[in-house]
Each structure stands twice: as structure tokens, then as C-alpha cells.
Design a protein around this ligand. Structure first.
Ligand SMILES: Nc1nc2c(ncn2[C@@H]2O[C@H](COP(=O)(O)OP(=O)(O)OP(=O)(O)O)[C@@H](O)[C@H]2O)c(=O)[nH]1
Ligand SMILES: [Mg+2]
Length: 265
């Protein structure tokens, strides 16, 4: 039987059921990996805490950032309280994929019903978080993608034509090799239902870098999880530096082929 997939371009409203009265209090953990994000973290933490979602918790996963992001995160966790914000400190920089795998496993172990992946650099819109949760709850999707490539989604105006093309191409490359209809398979703003995370066996996901995003979604599809995409506007980072390097780019080029080969036996 082919994996059950909510058509990525289906309108959420077409499948929606009424939300429970207390939907906004659903236990939701935002997992945010950081490496040298001291200029961005305070604004992100403040904005998330100000959302009308009393069940939202922020878990920062810091790889011992030399700029002191980990200490800064502790300071904010102290201010907001342990029930709303926590920090997972890791010994050294092992890549975004490793940081997410550790943070998401912790979030589930600590009782989150939903886990949201989110960058610290302001690229992912905080204001969309309630909508992602509402869509996830009303459609029952295992994965709700904040998507740049469905109708209504958009990329930063600051990106030149070359960069936009590269991003689109990378997305089409992975999608074609893996044969998925997911429009934004490389994106990093994804909301997971807790049992969808359990179903894909997070502990065995082995991407170190950005290919984590593709590996996770491909596994979810193969396990028959429903996936839905909600349009977002993706902003460029304005503070701090990108952590993209040649190694993680090469891993991203190789990963779709590895996943495809693995799924054949
Ligand atoms: N803990 C941890 N976080 C990381 C690591 N690499 C990247 N990150 C974080 O992952 C998020 C995304 O990284 P970015 O450098 O913004 O990558 P990007 O979004 O592809 O690149 P930009 O176009 O520059 O934004 C940010 O919050 C980073 O701080 C890492 O090795 N460890
Ligand atoms: Mg970024």
C-alpha cells in the first residue's frame, strides 16, 4: 500500500475538524539549535514566550557556542522559569542534525505532544506557530511543514535570483530522487506530532547536517505519516553568520541517494 499522504496542496480547511477549547494549551516544545546566535536568541525567546500558547516550551540546544549563547539562554530560562524554557548543553559543534536529534528526543521524553523545529536566526516566522499547531490539531497530520514552496509561501526579498534558484533546485533535486510530492522537503520549520517522531525512530536518524530535514520527512512518508504544508514567508538572517560549509553541502547531495538505496532493501 502506498504511504498515506495528505496531498501537500490540500487546503487544511477541507479536512479540518473543530479544535478543542483548550487547544492553545497543548504541550508543544520548540526545539531550537544554536551555534553562535547570541545576537538572535533574546529576540526569539521573547517573541515565542509572548505567543498566546500557554503550553509552549522552548528548548535551546547549544553546542558550547564560543560567543556565550548557552549562558545567555540559561539567563533567559531563569527569567521565564523552568516550565517554559530549558537549555540542553552539548560538548561541541556536531552539526544541526545531531543537535536536533538530541533536542527532539529530550522534548518527547519530557512529555511534549508536539515538537516544532525552528532556527534561531529569525528565518522562521514566530507569528506562524499558532497556525501550525492549529492546522496540525485540526487535520491530525503527523508532520506540519512551514513551507516556502506552496501557494502563498515566499522567500526573502534579500535573496538574489541565484540563491533562490539554488534553494529551489536543491529542493527539487531531493524531491525527485526520493519521489515525493512534498513541496518543501529541505525546509527546517516543521511541527511533529509526538507519535510520528516515535514512529520514525529518531535515534537511528544519522544525518549530521542539513540533510536531517530531508531524512526525517522521507522517513515519515515511508511510515505512512500524514504530511501537510502551510505557507510561510522565509526571512534572511540579518544578525550572525551562516554555519553552512562544504561538508554539510556534500552530505545533502549524497543523502537522497543513500535514503533511496536503503529503502530498497
Ligand atoms: N547546536 C547547533 N546548532 C547549529 C549547528 N549548525 C547550525 N546550527 C543552528 O541551526 C540553525 C540554522 O543554521 P544556519 O546557519 O542559519 O543555516 P541556514 O539557515 O541554512 O543558513 P543561513 O542562510 O545563513 O541562515 C541556526 O539556529 C544555527 O545556529 C550546530 O552544529 N550545532
Ligand atoms: Mg538560517
Amino acid at each position: 500500500m502506498p504511504p498515506k499522504q495528505i496531498r501537500p496542496d490540500a487546503t487544511p480547511a477541507a479536512r479540518a475538524v473543530a479544535l478543542p477549547d483548550d487547544w492553545a494549551a497543548t504541550p508543544l516544545t520548540v526545539v531550537m539549535p544554536t551555534y553562535n546566535e547570541a545576537g538572535n536568541l533574546p529576540g526569539m525567546a521573547e517573541a515565542l514566550m509572548a505567543l498566546p500558547l500557554p503550553g509552549l516550551r522552548l528548548l535551546v540546544v547549544d553546542d558550547s557556542s564560543p560567543d556565550g549563547t548557552g549562558d545567555l539562554a540559561e539567563e533567559y530560562a531563569g527569567r521565564f522559569g523552568a516550565d517554559r524554557m530549558a537549555v540542553l548543553h552539548r560538548a561541541g559543534k556536531e552539526g544541526l542534525g545531531r543537535a536536533y536529534a538530541a533536542g527532539m528526543a529530550r522534548a518527547v521524553a519530557d512529555g511534549a505532544r508536539y515538537v516544532l523545529q525552528m532556527d534561531a536566526d529569525g528565518s522562521h516566522p514566530v507569528a506562524k506557530v499558532p497556525q501550525l499547531l492549529g492546522v496540525a490539531l485540526s487535520t491530525g497530520a503527523g508532520v506540519t511543514i512551514g513551507s516556502r514552496y506552496v501557494q502563498g509561501g515566499s522567500l526573502s526579498e534579500a535573496w538574489g535570483a541565484h540563491r533562490k534558484l539554488l534553494s529551489r533546485w536543491a529542493n527539487a533535486y531531493a524531491g525527485t530522487i526520493l519521489g515525493t510530492r512534498v513541496r518543501d522537503i529541505t525546509g527546517g520549520f516543521n511541527l511533529w506530532r509526538e507519535d510520528a517522531l516515535r514512529a520514525i525512530d529518531l535515534a537511528s536518524v544519522d544525518s549530521a547536517g542539513y540533510s536531517f530535514q530531508v531524512e526525517m520527512k522521507y522517513r515519515a512518508l515511508r511510515r505512512g505519516q500524514g504530511i501537510i504544508e502551510v505557507p510561510i514567508h522565509f526571512e534572511d538572517r540579518t544578525v550572525g553568520e551562516s554555519k553552512m560549509n562544504l561538508m554539510v553541502q556534500l552530505e545533502s547531495v549524497a543523502m537522497p541517494w543513500r535514503l533511496r538505496a536503503r529503502s530498497r532493501h
